[in-house]
Design a binder for this molecule. Structure first.
Ligand code: FE2
Ligand code: FE2
Length: 176
């Protein structure tokens, strides 16, 4: 059994992601020598945090609410897609960081960093104000625990990604 509610697990991830995002914003707001490598390293940290977090949401948490809150989930999915687009652009530029970037590419990297900050921060606020609030209102302690356990298993990679497995709770066709 998980010792923390599923929605709180996601909130804890959000706080860690926000710390890395704050570092990214502070770095590009005061660009100095070595900015490209600094941004590359902070971006790598953001990816390290966002990868498992998005997998938890898209493979466990979101499917559980799909039937009940389909419009909200479509909005959350769209925001994830936008974040993925900006992330891809950042990945392309930071991948060239070792070889050195042109002045124009550095400016683009700064622009994309700010865009990534805004996109993720905006998504976190929407997710917490809407989806996680609804989750807290509608999920029982057993459901919160069940979803948390499934997300934790996903995190350590001890179970294949999927929405079936434990079978303890089911809602709208999605099982936990
Ligand atoms: Fe999300
Ligand atoms: Fe999230």
């Amino acid at each position: 059994m998980a010792s923390v509610a599923a929605s709180d697990l996601l909130r804890t991830d959000h706080r860690q992601i926000e710390m890395a995002l704050d570092r990214l914003l502070a770095t590009v707001k005061h660009p100095g020598e070595g900015i490209v490598l600094q941004v590359r390293d902070i971006f790598a940290e953001i990816q390290r945090l966002m990868g498992p977090h998005v997998r938890k949401e898209e493979n466990v948490f979101y499917p559980y609410f799909q039937a009940a809150f389909s419009e909200l989930l479509a909005e959350m999915d769209e925001q994830h897609e936008y974040i993925a687009e900006v992330t891809a652009g950042m990945g392309e530029l930071t991948g060239m960081a070792g070889k050195g970037l042109t002045e124009r590419q550095v400016l683009e990297l700064i622009r994309l960093s700010m865009e990534l900050f805004d996109a993720i921060q905006h998504h976190i606020v929407d997710e917490e104000d809407q989806l996680l609030r609804l989750a807290d209102q509608h999920l029982s302690v057993v459901e919160q625990d069940c979803l948390a356990t499934k997300m934790q298993r996903l995190e350590v990679g001890s179970r294949p990604i999927g929405t079936a497995g434990l079978g303890d709770c089911a809602k709208g066709g999605a099982t936990c």
